[in-house]
Design a protein around this ligand. Structure first.
Ligand code: NAD
Ligand code: DAU
Length: 340
């Protein structure tokens, strides 16, 4: 039986990981630390909170005293760091909190790991650290040796954290792994991100903001496949290594939006082209050869099935996202889109 710290577990991927781990490793104890920022939602963890092997602690990963006290108390075996400011558009508006949480928060967690000892520290990173690929070179993919080349304050903060994690491994011998995944989608995805934003707005017959020409390409992975990859890496991945995660499900943003409209029976006339995101990355595409050959990982859900499952989830769990949309998020939406 292991005690596993999951940071950011009240957010999208972290919460899916909590549920995945409680299901696949029922004897392990999962402790979730989350600051419950605008993106964290305790109602997401309602079912987990019924499980005696789950504990929730509200804390900021950059709060050294709180984090060290928790490590002292819990004696973690494994730490998986999902906690982050994760939205590119917000990082363009206000980069500072991204540096604090994503870089300094990572440092505090690793300092605690050094002091109290752990088997593994895993950093959940992103394919955005590689920058982007041109649209007309579909033969190119991100591998683990693609140079770091960031575009937004968000991706720069994630890349900085990755470098720090590698430095703690080389200098202090901390047993680390890093995963860099492509765009996730699925249940509990916060409705400021493309897919849940389009589903929720289309259901309300509201205009659907597509940045630029909608030709940017993202490589979509169903969130449970990301969770299974991290589970494999923390148990079987080689210390000090980076693993890319992605399932070759590339779509243009316009394709994604049209797929959702078709599934919901809504008209394409809802699509509104708005001013592009500054520094907008053109194409992400992961080469998952390393994790496939070394750890035997394969995605279980392809985009056409995953998007239908996701739409069904949003239809069946309206209370979860309607609650978010009616609150602070509404002010956020007005601020971000009023001049576009
Ligand atoms: P999210 O924004 O939905 O959730 C982030 C969670 O972290 C929230 O619960 C929030 O309250 C918490 N948090 C933020 N600051 C914190 C702090 N200082 N201390 C403690 N908790 C804090 O993000 P997500 O989409 O679930 O992404 C999770 C991780 O995966 C991030 O590190 C992100 O960079 C990475 N990632 C995301 C994707 C994607 O497509 N969403 C893809 C690849 C990698
Ligand atoms: O690739 C992994 C990354 O994927 C993660 O590291 C990030 O945390 C995650 O937010 C996501 O970043 P993106 O910027 O790719 O995701 P987002 O949902 O914000 O946008 C997806 C694409 O859709 C992108 O090309 C911008 C476009 N978009 C987005 C929004 C919110 C629109 O056209 N209109 C919109 O309203």
């Amino acid at each position: 039986m292991k005690t596993i710290l999951v940071t950011g577990g009240a957010g999208f991927i972290g919460s899916n990981f909590v549920y995945y781990m409680l299901k696949t490793h029922p004897d392990d104890r999962i402790v979730c630390v989350d600051a419950l920022t605008y993106a964290g939602n305790l109602s997401t963890l309602e079912q987990a909170l019924q499980n005696p092997n789950f504990r929730f602690v509200k804390a900021d990963i950059a709060d050294r005293d709180a984090i060290f006290a928790l490590f002292e108390e819990e004696k973690f075996d494994i730490v998986v760091n999902f906690a982050a400011e994760s939205h590119v558009d917000r990082s363009i508006e206000n980069p500072e909190i991204f540096l604090k949480t994503n870089i300094l928060g990572t440092q505090v967690l690793m300092d605690a790991c050094r002091k109290y000892g752990i088997e593994r520290y895993h950093q959940v990173s992103t394919d955005e650290v590689y920058g982007d690929l041109p649209l007309d070179r579909t033969d190119l993919f991100f591998t683990e040796t693609t140079p770091i080349h960031t575009s937004s304050p968000y991706s720069a903060s994630k890349a900085s954290a990755d470098l720090l994690v590698q430095a703690y491994h080389r200098t202090f011998g901390l047993p680390v792994t890093i995963s860099r995944c492509s765009n996730n989608y699925g249940p509990y995805h916060f409705p400021e991100k493309l897919i849940p934003l389009i589903i929720s707005r289309a259901l309300a017959d509201e205009s659907l903001p597509v940045y630029g020409k909608g030709e940017n390409v993202r490589d979509w992975l169903y969130v449970e496949d990301h969770c299974s990859a991290i589970d494999l890496i923390i148990h079987h991945g080689r210390v000090g290594e980076v693993y890319n995660i992605g399932g070759h499900n590339e779509r243009t943003n316009l394709q994604v939006v049209k797929t959702i409209l078709k599934a919901l029976g809504k008209p394409e006339s809802l699509i509104t082209y708005v001013t592009d995101r500054p520094g907008h990355d053109m194409r992400y595409a992961i080469d998952p050869t390393k994790i496939t050959t070394e750890l035997g990982w394969k995605p279980q859900t392809m985009f056409d099935d995953g998007i239908q499952k996701t739409i069904d989830w949003y239809l069946n769990n309206r209370a979860w996202w309607e609650n978010i949309i009616s609150g602070d998020y509404q002010h956020y939406y007005e601020k971000m889109y009023q001049n576009r």
